[in-house]
Design a protein around this ligand. Structure first.
Ligand SMILES: Cc1cc2nc3c(=O)[nH]c(=O)nc-3n(C[C@H](O)[C@H](O)[C@H](O)COP(=O)(O)OP(=O)(O)OC[C@H]3O[C@@H](n4cnc5c(N)ncnc54)[C@H](O)[C@@H]3O)c2cc1C
Length: 403
């Protein structure tokens, strides 16, 4: 007997969003998570304005800081403040325990049957439906399954989507929460144009394919390092060395509140639809390989998956699920391909990182383009095209040296 139309495994941003949208569409949905909320998730907690546009509720109760732009620091230490003049699309800083709990609450409010502490260990499907089994042997059946269980998820592996993430398609990261007090946070991260918002800081050059970061929260900083897994060597030591320089530069004595480590994918999964199952969010590999931003893609894929599952529940034909892949290809996957090309060029060598950062520093229009892409004021493909043309015109020799 089937308990629901759809089961979603994983109640992060992707799963919780899909659950809310499905419940709103009148679909019977069970949302499972192995953890009890609020739960910790290794994450720097930076979200773009697109997240606010995708969600159909107010998130101000969990916002720590409003973000108007970013600071890029080149391998040699050149600082670029990339802040768009158009402030209509600020980003935000959140803490994942609070943000994800809000999303799960909103899924419950919409009518999703949320079951926390349910760790899925088995998943299977046949022509009639899907089955998941918990570590306690509890079995649940439904017509459709959404794998929203992240990079180490069970659903994709059990149903043969992939075995695991190759190390050149994943990044590893260390994330540290460090208390320094509200004033110090603002002093380090304040918008240098005087606008009442903050900036986040990215330092390049310490690792070959990644960066160290400083993200402002209410009274603490999220600090960390990420690097493509196959290129990562001694990242703990690299982080410690960078941290020492950082605290000296700003004259602060942080109190470390927590330290976590995690991984995120940087390439889309080869398949995201199989039989009666869809993958969303990190389970589908939907993270920007240039910036490491995955929350907006997780939410967008949750929205798209819910739309398509609601359609097939209504039509009664699982063949319609293929539409999910088509919609993702047009939106999320197209964007990820552009960012992959940009990442390949930027992270190719320390020299490339330095050349590009110098260009952003010297050319206000180039730094505006970077800021505009982070703020979502311009599509990434447009930014990439305009940046390429601008560099070819202004610095043809540098442009060629990047290849
Ligand atoms: C250190 C770090 C920093 C990051 N910083 C940012 C950032 O600043 N901004 C940004 O946009 N992105 C960031 N990301 C990426 C971002 O965290 C992910 O892209 C995002 O969390 C993906 O959401 P999701 O819902 O797909 O998966 P997740 O958030 O990973 O949620 C998966 C859920 O599935 C549950 N689960 C897993 N296995 C099972 C199981 N077997 N049974 C039941 N439940 C299960 C987990 O408990 C979890 O709640 C960062 C990632 C890392 C590692």
């Amino acid at each position: 007997m089937q308990e629901a139309d759809a089961i979603i495994v994983g109640a992060g941003p992707a799963g919780a969003t899909a659950a809310r949208r499905l419940a709103q569409a009148g679909v019977q949905v069970i949302l499972l998570d192995k953890e009890k909320f609020p739960r910790t998730k290794p994450c720097a907690g930076g979200i773009t304005h697109k997240v606010v546009e995708l969600l159909d509720f107010d998130i101000s109760s969990v916002v720590h800081r409003k973000i108007s732009g970013l600071v890029i620091v080149s391998p040699s230490g050149i600082r670029v403040d990339a802040i768009p003049e158009d402030r209509s699309k600020p980003g935000f800083m959140i803490m994942r325990d609070e943000f994800d709990t809000l999303l799960v609450t909103k899924a419950k409010e919409a009518g999703a049957d949320v079951r926390e502490g349910f760790q899925v260990v088995e998943a299977s499907q046949d022509t009639n439906g899907v089955t998941v089994v918990s570590e306690n042997g509890e079995e649940l059946k439904a017509k459709y399954l959404i794998g929203a269980d992240g990079i180490n998820g069970v659903v994709a592996r059990k149903l043969g989507f992939y075995e695991g993430w190759p190390s050149d398609a994943a990044s590893i990261a260390i994330e540290v929460e460090a208390e320094i007090g509200e004033e110090a946070v603002h002093r380090i991260c304040a918008d240098t144009t005087g606008y009442n918002a903050d900036l986040f800081l990215l330092y390049f050059g310490a690792v070959p394919f990644g960066y160290t970061w400083v993200f402002p929260k209410k009274s603490h900083l999220s600090l960390g390092i990420c690097c493509r897994q196959d290129l990562a060597k001694n990242i703990r030591q690299t982080y410690d060395e960078w941290y020492k320089r950082f605290v000296e530069e700003y004259g602060i004595t942080p109190r470390v509140i927590s330290e976590t480590a995690g991984r995120f994918p940087i390439r889309a999964a080869p398949e995201i639809v199989k039989g009666r199952t869809l993958l969303v969010g990190d389970a589908a590999g939907f993270v920007d390989s240039f910036t490491g931003e995955g929350i907006s893609h997780a939410i967008e894929s949750g929205v798209l998956a819910a739309e398509v599952v609601a359609e097939v529940v209504e039509s009664g034909s699982s063949r319609g699920l293929a539409e999910y892949e088509k919609r993702c290809k047009k939106s999320i996957i197209a964007e990820l391909k552009v960012s992959q090309a940009m990442a390949k060029m930027f992270y190719k060598s320390e020299k490339n990182m330095e050349t590009l950062c110098r260009f952003f520093h010297d050319d206000p229009y180039a730094s505006y383009l970077i800021a505009a892409s982070i703020a979502g004021l311009l599509p990434l493909a447009t930014v990439k095209r305009k940046l390429t043309m601008r560099m070819m015109r202004k610095r043809p020799r540098d442009a060629l040296s990047l290849l």
